[in-house]
Design a binder for this molecule. Structure first.
Ligand code: FES
Length: 321
């Protein structure tokens, strides 16, 4: 997060919403309105020495606060533990202005919102917005158990409660979400939105694609990614198109790290291939895509990649830098 994009906010409330999930209400340091945001937006949060992305989950009509929710995840690199253990009410923290990579399709005939676990955060914001617009939508919210379901009572008491079905992995079979049944047929003008753990998202997206849902009707946002190793992890070269300079990317460094060591900065945020901040155009060569940001079609075009995690299948990539 660049200093120029930074916004200082005060933690006005910190609330346990479910097992291992805390929400944080963020307000202007002197009570001033915050920049407007649209449904599906996230902010970058400086969590200690790390930057993490958290979706805004309050009503986008509100300008006096941002609400985020954080799952304590022992498998992550420490951002969630910092938020849970170190951040207190009254603290001032630095965030970015809202950004939206997961926007509603306003030309849709209707919307199907699918949330898994903490993935409810952007989905909740979308439900608020769609309810306010009087749009046709349904929302399915799946968690492992009731104790892990954040915002259950808020949703149950909301104006859009009739649009929502809750599903619990440890509940009776009849209430479980049947992905294959719901996505059995692509429906013209019906857009799907999915956010949650990678396994849930993979199940939804692979089912939708197998059943012929057009990519333009699929909307998704991954929280974090395990960057998988592959045969193309050996060293390779990148060439800067502007100067012709060639930089070697060794097998134990990312492209971003190799460029930084050579004095070439590429702005990053998630460093896991989920946020799109580092996208760089590829003028020649074949990237080895490891991100979860681009669609399959965008991967196949091979004209851009995420140098924070993606590598090369060819011996050299020429980058638009
Ligand atoms: Fe987020 Fe590269 S920094 S995709």
């Amino acid at each position: 997060m660049s200093a120029a994009s930074g916004l200082h906010v005060r933690v006005a409330a910190k609330t346990t919403e479910a097992l291992d999930i805390c929400s944080f209400e963020l307000v202007g340091v002197s009570g001033q309105p915050l920049p407007a945001f649209s449904a599906g937006s996230h902010v970058d949060v400086m969590a200690g020495d790390k930057t993490r992305q958290y979706s805004l989950c309050n009503d986008p009509a509100e300008s006096h606060r941002y609400l985020i929710a954080v799952l304590r995840d022992p498998a992550t690199r420490g951002g969630s533990a910092f938020m849970h253990d170190q951040v207190r009410v009254g603290d001032v923290i630095q965030i970015s202005a809202p950004k939206n990579h997961f926007a509603l399709a306003h030309d849709a005939r209707s919307h199907v919102l699918l949330a898994g676990g903490i993935g409810v955060t952007p989905i909740l914001c979308m439900a608020e917005r769609l309810a306010m617009m009087g749009a046709a939508f349904e929302m399915h919210y799946c968690t492992r158990s009731r104790e892990r379901m954040a915002f259950h009572d808020r949703i149950a008491a909301s104006r859009f409660a009739p649009h929502v079905q809750f599903h619990f992995d440890d509940g009776p079979a009849a209430q479980k979400f049947d992905i294959a049944a719901r996505l059995a047929e692509p429906q013209p003008g019906v857009h799907l939105y999915v956010c949650g753990p990678k396994g849930f998202m993979d199940a939804v997206l692979s089912t939708a694609r197998a059943r012929g849902w057009p990519e333009a009707q699929l909307h998704y946002e991954f929280f974090s990614a395990d960057v998988a190793p592959s045969a193309g992890d050996d060293g390779f070269e990148v060439q800067l198109a502007s100067s012709g300079r060639i930089i070697v990317v060794p097998r134990d460094k990312t492209v971003v790290q190799a460029l930084a060591a050579a004095g070439v900065e590429v702005q990053t945020s998630c460093e896991q291939g989920v946020c799109g901040t580092c996208i760089t155009r590829v003028l020649s060569g074949t990237p080895d895509h490891k991100d979860l940001y681009f669609t399959p079609e965008e991967h196949a075009a091979n004209d851009q990649f995420t140098p924070c995690c993606s590598r090369a299948k060819s011996a050299r990539l020429v980058l638009d830098l």
